[in-house]
Structure formats: C-alpha cells, structure tokens
Write a protein of this length. Structure first.
Length: 129
C-alpha cells in the first residue's frame, strides 16, 4: 500500500518549493492599519482598570492561603511570647542596663544602701567614652 505521509514529507521539505510558497504569500504592497486604529487601541488600554498590589492577595487561591497561614503564624507567635513572659520580673529587667548588669540588678534599689553605693562607684570607675 502507498504511504501518503512519506511522499508528502519529501515534497514538503523541498527547499525550492518552500521558497516559492513564501514568495507567493508575501503582500504586494505595504499593509497599513485603518484610520483610528491606534486611537482605539490606546482607548481600550486606558479603559482597562489598573491592578493594585492587593489584587494579588484577592485573586489567587494560593496567595489567600499564604496570607491566612502567615496571619495564623503571627497570632501563634504572639501568643507564645505573651504566655512565656515571666510575671514575677519587673518591666525594668528587660532594659539594656539590666541585661548587661546581669542578676545583680534584679534586687530592688534601696534595699541595701551600701551595695548600691558600691555598684554606682564601680559603674563610674569603669565608664569609658
């Protein structure tokens, strides 16, 4: 039986035949768009609504899931930090001076005046600019 596809492929792949076909489909004269074409295109572009940044979160299902997961993570992280805060320590224990001084600062000021004078003297003696 005759295989039609092999004969067609041989004829189709002939370079001279392809060149001739391309020459026949070339336009005779320069093709120009109709009057007002560019104005209509520009009007359609200007009439389209501008996409905002927030549309990324409202349009995509993945983005919605990602934002819900991030919000849940932030709530859980905030809950963890609030629940692990030690209630018996005063708020001043989280100041930079208290962190650098260590556990000595945890004793209330004024309970031992002699110790307070010694701490102030050591701080003044070791102060550097």
């Amino acid at each position: 039986m005759h295989e039609p596809y092999e004969d067609q492929n041989e004829d189709f792949l002939d370079d001279e035949r392809l060149t001739e076909l391309f020459r026949t489909i070339q336009p005779v004269q320069e093709v120009e768009p109709l009057a007002g074409f560019y104005a209509r295109v520009r009007y359609r572009i200007d009439a389209q609504p501008k996409a905002s940044v927030w549309s990324l979160f409202s349009d995509s299902l993945f983005a919605k899931r990602l934002s819900y997961a991030s919000l849940t993570f932030l709530v859980l992280l905030g809950t963890y930090f609030v629940s692990t805060n030690e209630k018996d320590l005063p708020l001043q224990s989280s100041t930079p001076e208290a962190i650098l001084a260590g556990d000595e600062q945890l004793q209330p000021v004024g309970s031992d005046p002699q110790r307070d004078r010694a701490v102030v003297l050591v701080n003044l003696a070791s102060y550097q600019e």
